[in-house]
Ligand binder design. Structure first.
Ligand code: NA7
Length: 551
């Protein structure tokens, strides 16, 4: 796309382009179009709404934050009318919910499906983004909201598994699961990856496969999910108090309703500590992670107590001590990789028709026509399932070939890691808002609330500009540098940097290693954003007469 010859005075086609129609994109359409009165065009690569929940339709996919929290708060009518059938909704129900939202607010009329944004270039002369899509069309917009997702671009498995293309059986990627049901009955199945997606899919495939072989590189500290049918009495209480529950959640570190965590695992007696671990382990959800002791993520000794407890439970549940050892993490602290939740995971390894392969000690050498060859054995499969994760947070943005002021490419700007202001916007890339972006609380903040906060912040900023007939908002280089330093300093106070996780960008070969998440928690982050807005958008430069406004 050549914008160097851009005509001055070219009007934008729409006020805002929105990339993606998952939780973020759907709310952005509603907020900008129906509340702010802007014209919007959303693009979605999938054939319908859902985003992450559209693509991750593998058996067992389910949210691990309680559905009463993992849902929109922006419409009380919506939260009153929708009924969740389980404590943690499964993927089909979440997809139904998002479909219902799209229908209820007539959001599909603003979305072009089966269309991927492939380029985005800032035309400085006209203060518009020129957005290109894979069908060859171009749309000019004053604002762009990237709601392209955080865990939406699966890692390309090709380079990590030589020979993958030669496998004659069926290869399935959890993050791009086919729409037609897959029947594992009587099949020999190999699964690579044992984190959140892997654990969920393994639990389901184990129910019908003739033989299941699990290839584990790093064991996880998985704790019980505690799923069950929704309790009508609790649902009624929640609905009677939804507004307060949402406010409380927004004041919690991770946007949830866990409020019993004590300051330190080291300041209580061993008996008291154990009783707390015991109770929270049984309570399910992120109780164990977020509602035990506040220093678990900061203090190695405190963390060891939690890790010891989980290892003990794994040893109780897995009969063969050698297999239990392989399943027990020992070389990284608890929760420095995103903790997965499980239901029957550990018991699966007590079965004769399930084999665990430790690929740390016996690495995979190649995928063959028939299966997988490790250094010491060949395995034959009918199906190979890859639950190998995502190019998280930065991947979806970088894949859109974003070019900002003066032809600067985001890919070059981020060569050593992302640089943002508030995880929301970038210097050199005006009028582009990144929803739940890198260096925001994102994955450590209940996504629907995090998304609503970001979209609201950006919509209010646009409103602020429009009222003053301003056209452009862009973070200053200084404000951005300060934020990046702050995010990195905070991360250094935690145990996260020492572990190879997607939080650190360490799951993708060659990706720069740095903390992709603001770890100061939702309340501190929300306060900072509120101060920025109240101060007239401090840290942002606002400029320009809005001569080419559409609305
Ligand atoms: P994750 O959390 O990135 O997990 C990917 C899993 O795949 C993990 O067990 C990896 O082991 C494993 N993996 C990745 N590459 C390889 C190779 N080359 N060889 C062997 N094993 C490999 O992705 P998920 O989809 O499970 O979860 C992502 C998020 O979605 C999750 O955090 C929730 O927020 C929802 P490793 O640990 O890297 O050794």
């Amino acid at each position: 796309m050549d914008t160097s010859a851009a005509d001055p005075g070219v009007k934008p086609d729409v006020d805002a382009v929105i990339v993606g129609a998952g939780f973020g994109g759907l709310y952005a359409i509603y907020r900008l179009r129906d509340r702010l009165g802007l014209s919007v065009q959303a693009f979605e690569a999938g054939s319908d709404v859902g985003g992450t929940w559209y693509w991750n339709r593998y058996p067992g996919a389910r949210c691990d934050i309680e559905s009463i929290h993992y849902s929109y708060s922006f419409s009380d009518e919506l939260q009153q009318e929708w009924e969740w059938s389980e404590r943690f909704a499964a993927q089909p129900e979440i997809l139904n919910y998002l479909s219902h939202v799209a229908h209820r607010f007539d959001l599909r009329s603003s979305i072009r499906f089966d269309t991927r944004v492939t380029s985005m270039e800032w035309d400085d002369l006209n203060s518009v983004w020129v957005v290109g899509t894979d069908d060859g069309s171009i749309v000019r917009a004053r604002w762009v909201f990237s709601c392209a997702g955080v865990l939406s671009l699966p890692k390309d498995p090709g380079p990590e598994f030589p020979g993958l293309a030669s496998f004659r059986g069926e290869t399935l990627l959890t993050g791009r699961w086919p729409h037609d049901p897959i029947d594992f009955e009587g099949k020999r199945v190999g699964v690579i990856g044992t984190a959140s997606s892997g654990i969920q899919v393994i639990q389901e495939i184990a129910k019908s496969a003739a033989h299941l072989t699990v290839f584990q590189r790093t064991p996880n500290y998985a704790t019980p999910l505690g799923n069950r049918p929704s309790d009508p009495e609790r649902t009624r209480k929640v609905k009677d108090n939804y507004s307060r529950i949402r406010t409380d959640a927004r004041n919690h570190f991770a946007g949830l309703d866990y409020f019993r965590a004590q300051p330190s695992a080291l300041s209580v007696s061993p008996e008291e500590r154990r009783a707390i671990f015991e109770e929270r382990y049984g309570a399910g959800g992120f109780s164990f992670f977020l509602d035990t002791f506040q220093d678990v993520l900061f203090d190695k000794e405190a963390n060891d107590k939690a890790a010891d407890y989980i290892r003990e439970r794994i040893r109780e549940r897995v009969k063969d001590p050698k297999i239990a050892d392989v399943l027990s993490p020992t070389d990284y602290p608890y929760a420095t990789k995103r903790p997965p939740l499980e239901t029957s995971y550990y018991e699966i390894f007590n079965r004769d028709d399930v084999t665990l392969v430790d690929v740390k000690t016996t690495p995979i050498v190649a995928v063959t026509e028939r299966g997988i060859r490790t250094v010491d054995r060949a395995f034959e499969f009918d199906c190979l399932v890859l639950a190998t994760g995502f190019d998280a947070m930065t991947g979806p943005l970088l894949s859109m070939n974003i070019v900002g002021r003066n032809g600067v490419r985001l890919r070059d700007e981020w060569r050593d890691g992302p640089r943002t202001y508030l995880g929301l916007a970038m210097h050199g890339f005006p009028n582009l808002f990144v929803i739940a972006g890198p260096q925001s609380p994102s994955a450590l903040y209940n996504f629907p609330l995090a998304i609503e906060d970001h979209v609201d912040f950006a919509a209010e900023a646009i409103d602020h500009l429009q009222q003053r007939r301003l056209a452009v908002i862009e973070p200053t280089s200084d404000a951005q540098a300060e934020w990046v330093e702050h995010v990195n300093e905070l991360a250094q106070c935690t145990l996260l940097p020492g572990t190879n996780s997607w939080y650190m960008g360490a799951n993708v070969p060659g990706k720069p290693r740095c903390c992709l998440i603001y770890v100061g928690g939702a309340p501190a982050y929300r306060q900072k954003c509120a101060e920025v807005a109240a101060g007239g958008y401090g840290g942002f430069r606002l400029e320009g007469e809005s001569a080419n406004a559409l609305t």
